[in-house]
Every structure is written in structure tokens, then in C-alpha cells.
Design a protein around this ligand. Structure first.
Ligand code: PRT
Ligand code: ZN
Length: 283
């Protein structure tokens, strides 16, 4: 049995549950329960505040967890990053009032900076040789400059609209973050095996993202040309059709190239083109 900690509510909750569901693991929160057992996989889900997940995993209260890299870096608990998950993307940035003239990071010497991420910020300032006053505040960091509590802020930015609304501009991007799967460093062999199984499923889900399964019919003599048009993955599957002289081609195409490839295939005589979404790709 493997215990995973995920965010109880907030930005990462839904996508964490969704990812597990796509991997065939039901993590549906039953009302007001802190811990639930999955029916279909040897795992139980512990719902926590994101701030507590790195510690829970490092102490072994949970074996693995899904949390923002920003929290992992800030809390400095000794955990392993088992996999990057590609959602919850954001960055930790320094921002100053938009009217300020900003040349480089030396701007921050002697300034007061409000943040909920003092550890990451002091690490950055130390690296850059900056001496500044770091004020740790828990929330609403972005209003600190306008109420006179700070000269600048260091906070999470995603679209950047919160900064704009508060009359601030982003001047240094310090850390790029996304949701990551963290793991306790001394998992038993049995737990490691379950984790590998889970990661195998997650990778299959990730591989299929943005991929389409395409079926089309083509005269035999055009098959070589079709293979040249199709992207550099393994050869497409080619099946003879009942209709004399025709074949059916099955291939996986990245969504970005889909229309381009389809137009080229049509131009050489492809017909009856079907595009299906792909759920999982297991290699
Ligand atoms: O209750 P709990 O402690 O669990 O949750 P929380 O309130 O501390 O965290 P939550 O749910 O807000 O965020 C969880 C994680 O999501 C963060 O640790 C990040 O890894 C990630 N994430 C991704 C974000 C954002 N994007 C984000 N935009 N976390 C916060 N924000 C905030 C940001 O601080 C800004 O004030 O959203 C605001 C809007 O951002 P803009 O730039 O799009 O305007
Ligand atoms: Zn939090």
C-alpha cells in the first residue's frame, strides 16, 4: 500500500485527482475525510494543505505527494523529485512598482521585499550578492507596496494580471515551477514497485497528450509517398482493404502537425480520413 498526499483544495487539487483518474486510480474525495482508500489500486490518498506536503513526505507520513516545485524548494525538506507533472505552471518573480526605473538586480540593495517565499528569495539574493530586507507575509503579498509595507514583492506569477492590477511590473524571474511528484527517500521495495507502476501509467497518459490516432484509405501505389509524409515514428500500420488496390493506414500524429499532414495525404489521394483522440500510449 502506497500513501499519496495531494492538495485538499486549491489550484492543484482538481488536476491531481484528474491525473490519478487517467492513470486508473480513483482519488475522489469522500466528504470531509482526510484519508481515502482507492478501490482499484493499492494506494490511499491523504488530503493536505500544499504547504504541509513536503514535510509529510519527508517524514514518511505520506510516501509520495503532488505539490508545486515552489513549495518543495521553499521548505527544503529532503525528498526526491520522482516526476515533473506539467500542470500548475507558474514562476516566482520579483516585481516592483511600474513607475520605478529598473536596470538590474542591484536595484534591490537596501530595499524591503514582501514575500511568502523567504528561503528561495534569500538564496537568490545571496547568489547575486544583494543585501535586502525580506519581510515574510502570509497572503496578499501583491498589495504590500501600495500600502507602504514594502518596496517590492517576490511572489507567484502566472498570467501576470495580478501584478498589472496592483500597478506592479515583473523584473526578475527567479524560479520556474510546476506540479511535481515527490517521494520519500527510503521507500520499501514494495512501495517502490507501486510507485513505478503509477509512474508507468502516468507516462502513458502524458505520451498520449496532443496525439491523435488517424485512419485513412489510400491506393497501394501511394503508400511509399504516404510513409514519407508521415512523421518519424515507427512505420504506420498498413492493412489491405476488401476493395482491390486499396489499403487502410493507421498512424499516430501530433496535433500540431495534424492538418498539415492531412492536407498532404489528401493531395496524394487519401480518402475516408478518421481522426480519433488517443487515451493512452504504452510503448
Ligand atoms: O490551502 P493551501 O495552502 O493548500 O493552498 P494555497 O492557497 O497555498 O495554494 P494555491 O492553491 O493557491 O496554489 C497551489 C500551487 O499552485 C502553488 O504553490 C503553485 O505551485 C501553483 N500555482 C500555479 C499558483 C498559480 N499558478 C498562481 N497563479 N499559485 C498561486 N497563484 C496565484 C499568484 O500568487 C497570484 O497572486 O494566483 C494569483 C494570480 O496569478 P496571475 O499572475 O495569473 O494573475
Ligand atoms: Zn498553501
Amino acid at each position: 500500500m502506497l500513501r499519496i498526499a495531494i492538495q485538499a483544495k486549491g489550484r492543484l487539487n482538481e488536476e491531481s485527482i484528474e491525473l490519478l483518474a487517467e492513470a486508473g486510480v480513483s482519488a475522489e474525495e469522500s466528504k470531509r475525510k482526510l484519508l481515502t482508500r482507492c478501490n482499484d489500486f493499492p494506494m490511499e490518498v491523504l488530503y493536505l494543505r500544499d504547504d504541509d506536503i513536503p514535510q509529510a513526505v519527508s517524514m514518511g507520513v505520506a510516501d509520495i505527494g503532488i505539490v508545486g516545485l515552489n513549495e518543495v524548494e521553499e521548505k527544503e525538506f529532503d525528498v526526491e523529485i520522482a516526476h515533473k507533472l506539467g500542470f500548475g505552471k507558474c514562476r516566482l518573480s520579483l516585481a516592483v512598482p511600474k513607475t520605478e526605473e529598473y536596470v538590474d538586480v542591484n536595484y534591490f540593495n537596501g530595499k524591503r521585499i514582501a514575500t511568502s517565499y523567504p528561503v528561495i528569495l534569500s538564496r537568490f539574493f545571496k547568489e547575486k550578492g544583494i543585501t535586502a530586507e525580506i519581510h515574510e507575509i502570509a497572503g496578499s503579498v501583491e498589495i504590500a507596496p501600495s500600502v507602504g509595507m514594502a518596496d517590492a514583492i517576490f511572489d507567484i506569477v502566472s498570467s501576470g494580471s495580478t501584478l498589472v492590477t496592483n500597478g506592479l511590473k515583473e523584473v526578475e524571474k527567479v524560479l520556474f515551477s510546476e506540479a511535481v511528484m515527490i517521494a520519500n527517500k527510503s521507500l520499501s521495495d514494495e512501495k517502490k514497485k507501486i510507485l513505478d507502476q503509477l509512474l508507468f501509467r502516468i507516462e502513458a497518459v502524458e505520451r498520449s497528450r496532443g496525439m491523435k490516432y488517424v485512419l485513412l484509405n489510400l491506393p497501394h501505389e501511394k503508400i511509399d509517398e504516404a510513409i514519407r509524409i508521415l512523421p518519424g515514428m515507427k512505420s504506420p500500420t498498413i492493412l489491405p482493404l476488401a476493395q482491390e488496390g486499396w489499403s487502410s493506414i493507421h498512424v499516430v500524429i501530433n496535433e500540431r502537425e495534424l492538418w498539415d499532414k492531412i492536407e498532404q495525404l489528401k493531395a496524394i489521394g487519401a480518402e475516408d480520413i478518421l481522426v480519433l483522440s488517443l487515451e493512452k500510449m504504452i510503448l
